[in-house]
Design a protein around this ligand. Structure first.
Ligand code: 3PG
Ligand code: CO
Length: 593
């Protein structure tokens, strides 16, 4: 039968403190002027790379290796942290693929979710709210197009689309083309007698798509435009809106202000009214779950909703398995079970009796996160950076926001700056995070210190090359502080990344040369990349015979999980992706203590 007990590793001891450092958005690419990691002074990461070849290697962090539909799909924090936490690649693929399959087979229209919203089609409007993008990170334009077509063929007569412009996972400026494509589809529907139009919009980072409750003001701006039909800017066409707002100085797709589309009499064309149906079309959860709460919860005090229409609401997927939110959804997400965090907690209790397990998950933007687990005191303490808080809890733990064992866990969140773009503060909280990690290691109480350094990703997304160089240097300095502490306590480190970003800041053609825009400037790449990421191991506590295996052809992030379990002295569960390390036979085993 199934057991949570992990077998002892035959050669590796338990009890060595392990620091797991995840650099967010830190890939490996050719050294040139657009590789911010190369340009920045990163002596610590350089020394890992140029050290013993059996202690540093690359793993895949994009495409099918992390469960994405194709190898053209860049990595992202959701799939990266899912893989790092779960140690397996889910054969079902991830969310984009599930939605694709449901749309292609038509199953999406047979499910309870669609039947529920369909009830509104006779007398109400169907509102579709989501990110307008063709990159498969949060949503995909072609899925929205298919859903529009499918809903119109199944009785929807009045359709309103509320767009959020991207420029973060795709090139800045691409919003214009996406709006054109969508407008074209909607006009075809109008040609068939439907009343279909774009009703509101705004840039994703300023309107609606906040995450981890960092800034409810962002969601409120979206609510006002989408639900109430109120916004500071009014236009009669979405294309005109996007073109006009983009022409403002320093404007970009990520941060466009909210706007509503009005009719000839100046009235908003698409507020959400009693009897309407609403679908949030993003498949990725982190940046939709706040809106889902505002749309679904009867008791809600995060901002004044002013008017709460009686609607039928469904998510493209269920965004939070623990909260069961939304209660209605169009496509069932895969269940990611038996994550490494749960195994370690369960085995920690048995194996590290009267010891503590400490994890700092400090990630990409706003809170400092960490957590410790004290077996004797039955406590798990969690501390993390808000904007990536859920990456190292929710995503890491298989898209569940709750505790593994409420009696033994406690999550604490420390809020951080909000309302800024990270190119103005590219060092972010790297130093504070590293110091907390160092203190945790030096205290001698903890078996694991887990750090996620956000700089490369959050600053890389701004497209500001100079700031990203500063960000990479800050992350490298943070790694130094942590590795110094590992050295002092005789511990082990594993340094890796969840996907690439800062190592390539320019859009390239097939021969990898930078692409230029109309004015002869380079086309800045704000998004993630297809690059592999490093994995480095070491530290005085590492058994001297440990080295990377050479027999695994193209490992990915999921192989890191079993590796970490080995460093704790455990064998990984048999269905986890294989470990990256082996222990040479002729080495002297380290002392077990
Ligand atoms: C975001 O949500 O910020 C980007 O779309 C993806 O970035 P992440 O996968 O690093 O969170
Ligand atoms: Co990112």
């Amino acid at each position: 039968g199934f057991s949570w007990t992990l077998p002892d590793h035959p050669k590796l001891p338990k009890g060595k403190p392990v620091a797991v450092v995840v650099l967010d958005g830190w890939g490996e690419a050719n050294p040139d002027q657009y590789n911010c990691i190369h340009v920045a002074q990163t002596p610590v990461m350089d020394s890992l790379k140029n050290g013993a070849p059996e202690k540093w290697r690359l793993v895949k962090a994009h495409g099918t290796a992390v469960g994405l539909p194709s190898d053209d799909d860049m990595g992202n924090s959701e799939v990266g942290h899912n893989a790092l936490g779960a140690g397996r690649i889910f054969a079902q693929g991830f969310f984009a693929k599930l939605v694709d399959q449901a749309l292609a087979s038509g199953k999406i229209y047979e499910g309870d979710g669609f039947n529920y919203i369909k009830e509104s089609f006779e007398n109400g409007a169907l509102h579709l709210i989501g990110l307008l993008s063709d990159d498969a990170v949060h949503s995909r334009l072609d899925q929205l197009q298919l859903l529009l077509k499918g809903a119109s063929e199944r009785g929807a007569k009045r359709i309103r689309v509320h767009i959020l412009t991207d420029g973060r996972d795709v090139l800045d400026g691409s919003s214009v083309g996406f709006v054109e494509t969508l407008e074209n589809d909607l006009s075809q529907l109008r040609g068939k007698g439907l009343d279909a139009q774009i009703a509101s919009g705004g840039g994703r980072m300023y309107v609606t798509m906040d995450r981890y409750e960092n800034d409810w003001g962002v969601v409120k701006r979206g609510w006002d435009a989408q639900v109430l039909g109120e916004a500071p800017y009014k236009f009669t066409s979405a294309l005109e809106a996007v073109k006009t707002l983009r022409a403002e100085p320093n404007a970009n797709d990520q941060y466009l202000p909210p706007f509503v589309i009005v009719d000839d009499s100046g009235k908003s064309v698409g507020p959400v009214l009693d009897g309407d149906a609403v679908v949030t079309v993003n498949f990725r959860a982190d940046r939709m779950v706040m809106l889902a709460k505002a749309l679904e919860y009867a008791d809600f005090d995060k901002f004044d909703r002013v008017r709460v229409p009686k609607i039928r609401y469904a998510g493209m997927l269920r965004y939070d398995g623990e909260l069961k939110l939304p209660s209605v959804y169009l496509v069932s997400p895969p269940e990611i079970d038996r994550t490494s965090g749960e195994y370690l907690v369960k085995n920690g209790i048995r194996t590290f009796a009267c010891r503590q397990f400490f994890v700092i998950w400090a990630d990409t933007s706003m809170l400092i996160a960490g957590y410790w687990f004290d077996v004797c005191r039955d406590m798990f303490f969690f501390l993390g950076e808000t904007v990536k808080f859920g990456h190292v809890t929710f995503f890491w733990n298989g898209n569940c926001s709750g505790y593994f064992d409420e009696t033994k866990e406690e999550y604490v969140e420390v809020p951080s700056d909000s309302g800024i773009t990270f190119n103005v503060a590219p060092k972010m909280k790297a130093l504070e995070i590293a110091e907390k990690a160092r203190d945790a290691l030096l205290s001698g109480k903890f078996d694991q210190v887990h750090v996620n350094l956000p700089n490369g990703d959050m600053v890389g997304h701004t497209g500001d090359i100079e700031a990203t160089v500063v960000a990479c240097k800050a992350a490298d300095e943070a790694v130094k502080i942590i590795l110094d502490a590992v050295e002092q306590v005789g511990g082990i480190y594993l340094v890796t990344a969840d996907h690439g970003n800062a190592e390539d800041m320019v859009k390239r053609n097939k021969s990898a040369n930078p692409l230029l825009d109309k004015n002869g400037g380079i086309q800045i790449l704000t998004s993630h990349t297809l690059q592999p990421v490093p994995v480095a191991i070491g530290g005085p506590g590492l058994h001297p015979g440990v080295k990377f295996r050479t027999d695994i052809q193209t490992p990915g992030l999921a192989n890191v999980t079993a590796t970490v379990m080995n460093l704790h002295g455990f064998e990984a569960p048999s269905d986890y992706e294989t470990t990256l390390i082996e222990v040479s036979d002729n080495s002297v085993p380290a002392n077990c203590d």
